[in-house]
Ligand binder design. Structure first.
Ligand SMILES: Nc1nc2c(ncn2[C@@H]2O[C@H](COP(=O)(O)OP(=O)(O)OP(=O)(O)O)[C@@H](O)[C@H]2O)c(=O)[nH]1
Ligand SMILES: [Mg+2]
Length: 306
């Protein structure tokens, strides 16, 4: 990871680091590796939103590791915790974007206000940096402001936006974006979608229709069904995943607003709860503030290990 990405990751996770890493320093007595120490560790991880179930599993693995190797002192215990957390969110591949379409289609879905529009542009920016040629589709036609917002962010990212008038059929926008991508030689299409319609049923029907249309244009599309989740309300991720799964094959989670919360442990809980890999994390409001999720770097940043 470049120095720049690493410092952005550390800064983005500052509030969670303060809770976890500073919590170790301030509240935990590591001089005796005993039940009290484990309880204190548990409390800190639960407060960081790692989830009760995940925390229990992590703690039980940590207890075993500590016992097996007779570990002592803060350095050894936290080192073991790092290894245990790495097992909970393994770095075993499966986090790369699925970009085998021509063009590849990434659809961003999620409830109201989680960060779909801004993340679509941030992801487009990143793909462009990596040498791809992305194109954005403004398929949240429900709100005129939604289209304008994507256009503004498209400018920031230096990526063109295909749009229709507000109120038009979002599936037609998706269709046009794919065909515009073909005409222009773009290899990735990112489709921004609505977070709210008159009813949930309408929204799901609209998303299903969009999936049918893009699949007809590019077999296998959408190649990525990216569930966008807001870290500050991440506890509802499971319900959101269940809801959107009805309409869109979900292939990844993009977790936004980690910079705004001290509960960055939610990453670990979400992956365990939904069974979907976290692929990207949002760490701020600039176009550069979206990073591929790399568990090792993330956990080191979280635990304050440089
Ligand atoms: N601090 C921070 N803010 C973010 C991040 N991602 C998104 N936001 C902010 O969250 C707000 C909502 O983002 P949008 O991209 O409009 O969310 P949306 O899901 O498209 O919203 P709807 O279209 O209304 O459903 C904006 O003010 C964004 O700047 C992030 O990673 N960090
Ligand atoms: Mg939006």
């Amino acid at each position: 990871m470049s120095e720049n990405l690493w410092s952005r990751m550390k800064e983005g996770l500052r509030r969670t680091r303060e809770r976890i890493a500073d919590g170790f320093e301030s509240y935990i007595d590591f001089s005796a590796v005993d039940e009290e120490m484990f309880d204190e560790l548990e409390a800190i991880l639960v407060q960081a939103d790692m989830g009760v179930y995940t925390t229990e599993r992590v703690l039980s693995d940590l207890r075993e590791a500590v016992k097996a190797d007779n570990l002592q002192g803060q350095e050894q215990v936290i080192g073991a915790l790092e290894r245990v957390l790495m097992n909970a969110v393994p770095d075993d591949g499966g986090r790369d974007l699925l970009l085998d379409g021509d063009p590849s289609v990434i659809m961003l879905v999620g409830v109201n206000g989680v960060g779909k529009t801004t993340s679509a542009a941030k992801l487009a920016w990143r793909l462009k940096e990596e040498g791809h040629s992305p194109l954005l589709g403004a398929a949240d036609t429900f709100r005129a402001a939604g289209i304008e917002q994507l256009e503004l962010w498209g400018e920031r990212a230096g990526v063109d936006v295909i749009r229709h008038a507000s109120g038009s059929d979002p599936a037609a926008v998706a269709y046009d974006t794919i065909n515009a991508a073909r005409a222009r030689g773009c290899d990735v299409v990112l489709i921004d979608t609505a977070g709210r319609l008159h009813t949930r049923k309408n929204l799901m029907e609209e998303l299903r229709k969009m999936c049918r249309v893009v699949d007809r244009e590019v077999p296998g599309a959408p190649h990525e069904g990216m569930l966008v989740v807001d870290a500050t309300t991440g506890q509802n991720a499971l319900r959101q995943a269940e809801m959107f799964r009805e309409a869109v094959p979900l292939t990844g989670v993009l977790l936004t607003k980690l910079d705004g919360t001290a509960k960055g442990g939610i990453v670990v809980a979400i992956e365990e709860q939904t069974g979907i890999k976290v692929k990207y994390v949002g760490l701020g409001e600039q176009v550069q503030d979206l990073q591929p999720f790399r568990p090792g770097d993330f956990i080191r940043a979280l635990l304050g290990r440089e």
